[in-house]
Design a protein. Structure first.
Length: 519
């Protein structure tokens, strides 16, 4: 194992490790533009030049492999002079867009200028090369050619990751620019990633442009719920509003990327259709109710029902599934799980899964993966042996035979819907208990590969909405249960203690990168 000294600190690394990778492990910043850990080495920006003892010339850290005994200096005067020269060169034709650039706050030209340069321009403003601005490349990406520093991250992404080859560098010298390849549009399912990896303001998101300055936003680590892959994300939000999902690196799940459908799914979590207060049906309409009264009324009516069926979907986190089963045990109810995806749902061999539910594996691991169980519940409801139905995060009129579901819902004496939105099934409910989306709660999903991953509450639930684990727990208390978990973490601990697949796991073990289930 070679040992390298970087700015007086020594580290031992695996053979083949580059200087920039070694420095990153000991938190030594080497500025860079073109290098990205998920792409091939380009070595064209020259920003990562460092001084290496016994080497007559400065070397690029991104493509220089560590050798045993190597001594690297990243802050020497020679290095600093090279950094200033590179920045001056990159800024010669750069437009004076900082006050209006949507990348402000995330721009490495801004950051590195302040950290490594701070010299006045020697280039006359009228002599700058003018290029096209606000060029749409596809449905999700906008290009400003003047701001591009030709790092080639975007072209390498479409060549190496998606292999769709929509972008290329055209022309030469200071007239070189990123353009679409002839006859191409940047509309592959992962196109938004080029915005994430652009180090300057050249590529921006048409969905997020001018929505908010990033320095006003907070970010929370979580997991995307758009499909069974469970890509790790950062949720950017402010004052209760979610603005965007950005991929969070996890080599065991999604590397550095995420799909466009998952990226845009953040908009489905807020806005129209949310139920914000408990609703109870009167003679001809719903009326808002207080939580305590609604919970007690549901518990009383479920106790009186001669038969109860509970349907919980793979949209529910592991904690809610566990409590739904406990609710079924207390009531002697039939419990069924449902994992539904649109008939035309497709996946690929990269990240996108045809299973559009985030927790079908978690549902199955808790014993609710048999699709015949749902048919048994529906048949019993049709036969009248189940008087009450509790539907948790399950849009049954859309997912099953709609006419059949509407008919049995109309005949049921009690329908309780526990959900985030007012789906059609809620229109047949006697009581609707509104719960939080996965971006508003702590909890866990289990992805298709059996990796349990943390959800973290990015924003508070809107209005009178409560977390699903809290609502189901309050129903258990109202039904006379004494040992009911009082938080998401405690609920998961109860699950891990009762379900062998989750044995040994807790929120600390799961951590930021997730943990694989037993076996």
């Amino acid at each position: 194992m070679p040992r390298v000294e970087i700015d007086g600190r020594t580290i031992e690394v695996e053979p083949g490790t580059t200087v920039i990778e070694a420095a990153d492990r000991i938190d030594v910043e080497i500025p860079h533009y073109c290098w990205h850990p998920g792409l091939s080495v380009s070595g064209n920006c020259r920003m990562c030049l460092v001084e290496i003892e016994r080497s007559p010339k400065l070397q690029i850290a991104c493509n220089t492999v560590v050798s045993d005994g190597m001594v690297v200096r990243t802050t020497s005067e020679r290095t600093a002079e090279a950094q200033r020269a590179v920045l001056e060169f990159l800024l010669i034709n750069h437009p004076i867009d900082c006050p209006v650039c949507d990348q402000a706050g995330e721009c490495k030209l801004q950051d590195y200028y302040m950290d490594y340069d701070r010299q006045r321009s020697r280039f006359v403003l009228p002599d700058k090369v003018r290029k096209k601005k606000a060029v749409p490349l596809g449905p999700l990406v906008m290009l400003d050619q003047e701001r591009c520093i030709l790092c080639a991250r975007c072209t390498r992404f479409v060549d190496e990751v998606t292999k769709t080859n929509e972008l290329a560098i055209h022309d030469r010298g200071n007239h070189a620019e990123i353009r679409l390849a002839p006859g191409k549009t940047l509309d592959n399912p992962y196109s938004g990633n080029v915005v994430d990896i652009c180090p300057v303001g050249a590529l921006t998101s048409r969905d997020f442009r001018f929505q908010a300055r990033v320095w006003y936003l907070q970010k929370t680590d979580s997991v995307c719920g758009a499909c069974a892959n469970g890509c790790n994300v950062e949720i950017y939000h402010r004052e209760g509003q979610i603005y965007r999902f950005v991929p969070r690196a996890n080599p065991d799940v999604n590397d550095y990327w995420m799909c466009d459908a998952g990226r845009l799914s953040c908009h489905d979590l807020q806005g129209e259709g949310r139920v914000r207060q408990p609703l109870m049906r009167s003679v001809d309409a719903f009326e808002q109710a207080e939580w305590d009264f609604a919970i007690e009324d549901v518990a009383r009516r479920l106790r009186q029902a001669k038969g109860v069926g509970i349907v919980v979907s793979a949209q529910a986190p592991n904690e809610e599934i566990h409590l739904a089963q406990r609710l079924g045990a207390v009531l002697g109810a039939r419990v069924a799980g449902v994992s539904w995806s649109p008939p035309d749902a497709v996946g690929d061999d990269f990240l996108i899964k045809a299973d559009k539910t985030p927790n079908s594996r978690g549902l199955a691991l808790q014993g609710l993966g048999d699709p015949s169980a749902l048919e048994e519940v529906l048949a019993a409801a049709e036969a009248g042996t189940l008087e009450a139905l509790v539907v948790v995060r399950s849009d049954l009129t859309r997912w099953c035979d709609g006419d059949r579901i509407r008919s049995l819902l109309e005949r049921a004496r009690l329908v309780v819907v526990v959900d985030t939105h007012g789906h059609e099934v809620a229109q047949y409910a006697d009581i609707v208990l509104p719960i939080a989306t996965y971006a508003e709660i702590d909890g866990t999903f289990t992805n298709h590969a059996g990796r349990v991953q943390r959800l973290r509450a990015a924003v508070d639930p809107a209005g009178g909405v409560r977390p699903g684990w809290q609502v189901l727990g309050q129903l258990l208390v109202a039904l006379g249960e004494s040992e009911v978990p009082t938080g998401a973490e405690e609920t998961f601990s109860a699950l891990a203690g009762s379900c062998p697949a989750f044995a040994g796991l807790n929120y600390e073990v799961i951590g930021a990168q997730g943990a694989s289930i037993a076996g």
